[in-house]
Ligand binder design. Structure first.
Ligand SMILES: Cc1cc2nc3c(=O)[nH]c(=O)nc-3n(C[C@H](O)[C@H](O)[C@H](O)COP(=O)(O)OP(=O)(O)OC[C@H]3O[C@@H](n4cnc5c(N)ncnc54)[C@H](O)[C@@H]3O)c2cc1C
Length: 390
């Protein structure tokens, strides 16, 4: 596969990695190839993931919340976190989701908006993977429009009492702590709900055709009583959860370059070994056109990810930059996986090859963290100055 990866780097982007970035990239790629890749087919087919074990191993690798600083986190550059996301998603988007939700949604929310006590209590254990977090924003009747959320937190003395339902929550049933967003008389606020709190439960979503190697749950909050200290003091209004989503989308922009690269490398290798009409199918002009189109698309995605990395490393990134990246790169990754699948012919529809698995996973990635349509509207608003959301 490494030969195919080299051939796909038509613009020699790899040459630009410095020694530190290359070491990080290669370390995570080796972990992914040795520890994750041999099992992913089984995990996906069974819809079962040893998520708690993997969280600890990702913690040992140092990738959980790696772009945060202090509290046991690495303080790595955002672009380095991006490189890691690409290597993990080259195995499966579900595995990258485990890492993203832990680091960019749950840990980031506590890091950015938590009290000193909350940070000290949760972040070091989450960085090692000893504790797992999830992020509950979406509800059964509130997806693209989180302002319509129904989950409510009401005051009772100095306590808060939460009631409502959160839907499609990654890591939900395995999480030790859920970051739950709820409506209060004072606008939307965030709360840390610990596993085992009376009235709080999580049930897994089954029968998924996408992101099967990922835990997806419904969270039920039935008059969950929390002390004042469970509220994230610095998050006020929807800007809190939306800023967490911008963090996580940055990882997606990079991550999908990994799934697309893996699908295309698989198709390139297959095309060189599969013969029809007396020669390798790679020798047919129609196959070469597909490979050329897809390789150019992949490198453009990688350039977009790098540009976003530069912007974030230098503190200049804005939400519309991230929307550009998610819009362009997830669409590009889906296009690559679908066309790459055709190069594998019938073999492409099995799990023996990763291509269709990546494609169906990317259907989720197209929808979560802001749907493709929502990011279209963000770009439309940036271009025209007009809000077309409602
Ligand atoms: C596997 C998986 C894991 C997830 N993990 C998490 C998680 O950890 N935490 C969490 O909080 N959420 C999570 N989500 C939820 C995800 O973010 C939502 O599914 C997403 O925001 C879309 O919401 P929805 O599914 O309710 O679709 P809807 O919002 O109902 O959208 C349906 C369709 O209508 C379109 N649409 C909506 N509004 C407009 C508009 N104004 N203009 C044009 N088109 C519009 C959408 O783009 C989409 O095509 C996850 C989802 C999945 C599938």
């Amino acid at each position: 596969m490494s030969d195919a990866l080299d051939r796909l780097d038509l613009l020699d982007l790899d040459d630009d990695l410095d020694d530190e970035d290359r070491l990080l990239r290669d370390t995570v790629r080796k972990f992914a190839d040795d520890r994750l890749r041999p099992h992913i087919r089984q995990w996906f087919e069974d819809g079962e993931l040893p998520a708690r074990d993997l969280a600890r191993e990702f913690g040992e690798l140092g990738v959980l919340g790696m772009h945060l600083s202090g509290y046991g986190c690495q303080g790595a550059k955002p672009s380095q976190y991006g490189l890691v996301c690409a290597e993990i998603e080259a195995v499966d988007s579900g595995l990258r989701s485990l890492v993203s939700v832990q680091g960019s949604l749950a840990m980031y929310a506590i890091h950015a908006f938590g009290s000193e006590e909350q940070k000290q209590h949760w972040l070091p254990r989450m960085a090692t993977g000893e504790a797992v977090g999830c992020f509950g924003l979406t509800e059964p009747d509130s997806g693209s429009d989180p302002g319509s959320m129904r989950t409510r937190a009401r005051r009772d003395g100095t306590d808060w009492v939460l009631s409502g339902t959160k839907m499609w929550i990654t890591n939900g049933s395995i999480a030790d702590v859920a970051v739950v967003w709820a409506r209060t008389d004072d606008g939307v606020r965030g709360f840390l709900v610990e596993k085992g709190t009376p009235g709080y439960s999580a049930q897994d979503v089954h029968h998924k055709l996408s992101l099967r190697a990922s835990v997806t749950s419904e969270l039920i909050l039935d008059d969950v009583r929390l002390p004042e200290s469970a509220m994230l003091p610095a998050a006020r209004g929807l800007r809190g959860p939306l800023s967490c989503l911008t963090e996580a989308r940055f990882g997606i922009v990079w991550g999908v370059t990994g799934s697309a690269r893996d699908a295309l490398a698989s198709a390139l290798e297959y095309a060189g070994t599969r013969s029809q009409f007396g020669k390798p199918i790679a020798g047919f002009q129609l196959t070469q056109k597909k490979l050329a189109d897809l390789a150019v698309c992949l490198q453009q995605m990688q350039l977009t990810a790098r540009r976003l990395g530069e912007l974030k490393d230098s503190g200049r990134i804005a939400p519309h930059h991230v929307s550009f990246g998610k819009f362009a790169n997830v669409r590009g990754a889906l296009d690559i996986c679908r066309e790459a699948r055709s190069i594998l012919g019938g073999s492409g529809i099995t799990t023996e090859y990763p291509v269709l698995r990546h494609a169906v996973n990317l259907e989720t990635v197209y929808t979560y963290e802001g749907t493709h349509e929502v990011h279209t509207l963000v770009l439309g608003q940036q271009l025209t100055g007009l809000d077309a959301f409602r």
